[in-house]
Design a protein around this ligand. Structure first.
Ligand SMILES: [Zn+2]
Length: 299
């Protein structure tokens, strides 16, 4: 069967400048335009917004479009600048100095030495009372650092954004370290480096960094890797597993079950060499809880 050739494809990611303003949610640097083989966009309204959950805007050019008036997009290949091991080391000593770790140690009574070992594996640090989740790939390149704040009860700290909605308090390490965001590498999964560190272990994929850490504490025979968001679970992001031939167990949160189950089927078709399956304990299990809640209750 001949593969269908599409006239337009999405602009490949090459730093922030390769993304434009979304025509729907109006956020800047989050919209990938559809371009043709000469890098000419189909129009400012044709593309896909990165904010799949909150915005969801996506429009493929259909019908006859005359885009000859549009200037081709210059796809400038920006060489990514990774964070250094020293950047990570600078914040590791005080890794327990955030509310999430305090909650796990006091309220959930986790063992401090075992927790510390896990935090060391993930290279977790603390800054300004927030926890730093570094994204390190299988070649130990440090892509990004995401800082999240938690309340003493283990839930995310919420802040009011300018449009009046509440969102989780979050910051990126480039803001703290005053780095130019233009050179920041693309995201990767949290815990991706564990497959090199512990090559014998199978993988459990979860959505949040917190679930990965709690999972690693209670069921250490797996490498727990977090996708960071519901929409980041896809074949493109799983490419790093290709040569590792590992078994992957997908553990969605309760509100992401159907989406991830569907996505798993898609990935199976695209990556037949991968042994991937969904753990359906949430679907069949005791009910309305996420994996992290279930694990914390066990002890
Ligand atoms: Zn948008």
């Amino acid at each position: 069967m001949e593969k269908t050739k599409y006239k337009y494809h999405l602009t490949p990611y090459a730093g922030r400048s390769s993304r434009t303003t979304c025509p729907n949610c109006k956020r800047q640097h989050c919209f990938s335009l559809y371009i043709d083989s000469e890098n000419r966009p189909a129009g400012p309204e044709y593309g896909v917004c990165d904010h799949k959950k909150e915005c969801g805007y996506s429009r493929y050019p259909s019908g006859k479009i005359d885009n000859s008036a549009f200037e081709p997009i210059k796809i400038e290949k920006v060489e990514p600048v990774y964070y250094t091991r020293q950047d990570v080391a600078n914040y590791i000593a005080n890794k327990l100095d955030n509310n999430l770790c305090k909650y796990l140690l006091t309220y959930c009574a986790l063992d401090v030495h075992r927790l510390k070992n896990i935090l060391r594996d993930y290279c977790v640090g603390s800054i300004d009372g927030g926890i730093i989740f570094w994204q390190i790939d299988e070649q130990f390149r440090i892509h990004r650092g995401k800082v999240m704040w938690y309340n003493p009860d283990g839930h995310r700290t919420k802040i009011l954004s300018s449009d009046g909605t509440e969102r989780g308090k979050i910051k990126a390490m480039w803001q703290f370290l005053k780095r130019d965001r233009k050179f920041e590498p693309e995201m990767c999964y949290f815990g991706q480096h564990l497959i090199t560190l512990y090559p014998g272990k199978s993988i459990v994929l979860v959505e949040s960094e917190k679930t990965a850490i709690i999972g690693a504490y209670f069921i250490p025979k797996y490498n727990w890797i977090a996708t960071l968001s519901l929409n980041n679970f896809n074949a493109h992001r799983l490419n790093f597993l290709k040569e590792f031939q590992k078994a992957v167990i997908v553990c969605p949160d309760k509100d992401g079950y159907y989406k991830w189950a569907e996505q798993t089927e898609k990935i199976k078709r695209l990556m037949p060499e991968l042994k991937i399956r969904v753990n359906d304990f949430i679907e069949n299990g005791s009910g309305k809880e996420d994996l992290a809640d279930l694990l914390l209750k066990k002890e």
